[in-house]
Design a protein around this ligand. Structure first.
Ligand SMILES: Nc1nc2c(c(=O)[nH]1)N[C@@H](CN(C=O)c1ccc(C(=O)N[C@@H](CCC(=O)O)C(=O)O)cc1)CN2
Ligand SMILES: NCC(=O)N[C@@H]1O[C@H](COP(=O)([O-])[O-])[C@@H](O)[C@H]1O
Length: 211
């Protein structure tokens, strides 16, 4: 299950990867918080069911969260992937399945909805992308994987974000595939892919499989 709000290039990378049985995961549905976004069109072209749950169609955020959770539960995903989904998920969704998010900065730096703009404004020379488990906070969940991207002279938000996305799509595909095939453990804030990490740990929780 993938949640989108926009162009869906990360979703497309997951759709492309899941075309191979060896990947170990498939996209069972795509949900959005708004109509008419390219991510929904990508799913439709791939024959993947879609749905839209708009915040403004509900009395408040709690009701929206419960409706979104119910839509997600209809598809019984093993994993929910937030890939450019631009709404903060509430307790109903977070209780429905493990959620992974991809963020265009090296968390904990530059959380929130405008990470690339904020990194440029700060003047950092290196930024990147983060794939993390989602918790009730904003971009505060345990980090699964990160990759650095250099900021170049003359970069604007568009050029830098596109260069980040080129790295991010591969990182997300790799992480989601490994989570689906190998499972994962979380001990404190440490996430290890593979139910048998390199250093055996007593997992507090063990996740299994797929999107
Ligand atoms: N409970 C969580 N939900 C989500 C997280 C998270 O870490 N915890 N990550 C986001 C994705 N994201 C950053 O990676 C992010 C997206 C949007 C916002 C935000 O402030 N959204 C506003 C509305 C913005 C809009 O409608 O354009 C809001 O929800 O009020 C912050 C971080 C996915 N969900
Ligand atoms: N804070 C959330 C956030 O900024 N998410 C970012 O939105 C982009 C979506 O691109 P896509 O729709 O082409 O996959 C991605 O770069 C993702 O990291």
């Amino acid at each position: 299950m993938v949640l989108v709000s926009g162009s869906g290039t990360n979703l497309q990378a997951l759709l492309d990867a899941s075309a191979s049985d060896a990947y170990g995961a498939r996209v069972v549905a795509v949900g959005a918080d708004r109509d008419g976004v390219e991510g929904l069109a990508r799913a439709e072209r791939a024959g993947v069911p879609t749905f839209v749950e708009r915040l403004r169609d509900h009395p408040g955020r709690d009701e929206w969260d419960e409706s979104l959770a119910a839509r997600i539960a209809e598809h019984k995903p093993d994993l929910v992937v937030s890939a450019g989904f631009m709404k903060i998920l509430g307790p109903g969704v977070l209780a429905s399945a493990p959620v992974v998010n991809t963020h265009p900065a090296l968390l904990p730096a530059f959380p929130g909805a405008h990470a690339v703009r904020d990194a440029l404004a700060y003047g950092v020379r290196v930024t990147g992308c983060t794939v993390h488990l989602v918790d009730a906070g904003v971009d505060t969940g345990p980090v699964i994987a990160q990759e650095a991207v250099a900021v170049r002279d003359g970069d604007d938000e568009e050029t830098l974000h596109e260069r980040i996305k080129q790295v991010e799509r591969g990182l997300l595909v790799d992480v989601v595939g490994r989570m689906a095939r190998e499972g994962w453990t979380v001990t404190g804030r440490t996430v290890r892919l593979g139910s048998r990490g390199p250093v055996p740990v007593k997992p507090e929780t063990e996740g299994r499989t797929t999107t």
